[in-house]
Design a protein around this ligand. Sequence first.
Ligand SMILES: [Zn+2]
Length: 324
Amino acid sequence: MTAGAAGRHLQDLGGGCYAWLQPPGCWGFANSGLIVDGGQGLVVDTQNDMPMASAFHSAIQSMSGAPSVDVVVNTHGDGDHWNGNQLFDGATIIASEATLADIRGHWLDPSKIDAYAQGDSAFAEFMRWRLAVFAYDGWRPVHPNQTYTGQLPLDVGKISVELREFGPAHTSGDTIVWVPGAGVLYSGDLLFTASTPIMWGGPLSRCVQACDRILGLEPRTIVPGHGPIIGPEGIVPIRDYLAFVLDYAKTAYQQGKSPREAYRELDLSRWGDWPHLSRTYQNISLVYRELDPQNFKGDVRDTLNVVYGDDHGDWRSLPATSTG
Ligand SMILES: [Zn+2]
């Protein structure tokens, strides 16, 4: 066990697979993975900010028989999964073709947060929280330097690893990293555990299918993009939530309701104490955009003003630093 900041450590999942979890798993607190054999290492996602990425990198360096990280996989294009790529500069950094396009066009890389933090909106307030919590001094964009589509087999020492493109779903190009010999699967943000999933790219039906495809691989252990590790049974409530929201939003659209009406009328208490239930508004808006792109283009700032401004957003209770 290698301790990092705030008690974070590389959790041994067996079969050469490790998880680096980032509690509380909410906005910007994304997990990483590591696969090691024969002195070689493959990293899955590189953390959101510089202190988080450094802590993860140091933990790998501190392992007995520290591997050389030759390969990094970015599961998708959200910054909390690739902002730390520069710590692994020199490695082959792999992403799906669609993810590289997302990264090149990313609307929220660290260089843009300052501009978004101006003004009185809930969106701007959230961006000020991000600036206060996450540290990007010295950040520079390091993009994937190898892409694939569909499927890519890799070897880490003697461990067989498969990259499979399950996007478009959470974003336009989601990759899962599957280690069949160990039964370990790194899902990226196709799965959020212990908080409400939020899907950006869609279609939402593909997010439901992604859950089914993950279940179909019969993994023993799943490291989600955010939140605690789960077994396959942990996928079911996530799948059911997504399938419910999909059906609910379709019906609401057919009834002529606006996305806001649909959201306001939905009893969120059925999901108990999941944090950030206001993300449901984004998921509903995504379905409207799919059904009627002309009328529901879905301006991300308008949507996020609801997501962050709503009482169910509850991000204000999150930690005051990324490593505290
Ligand atoms: Zn994420």
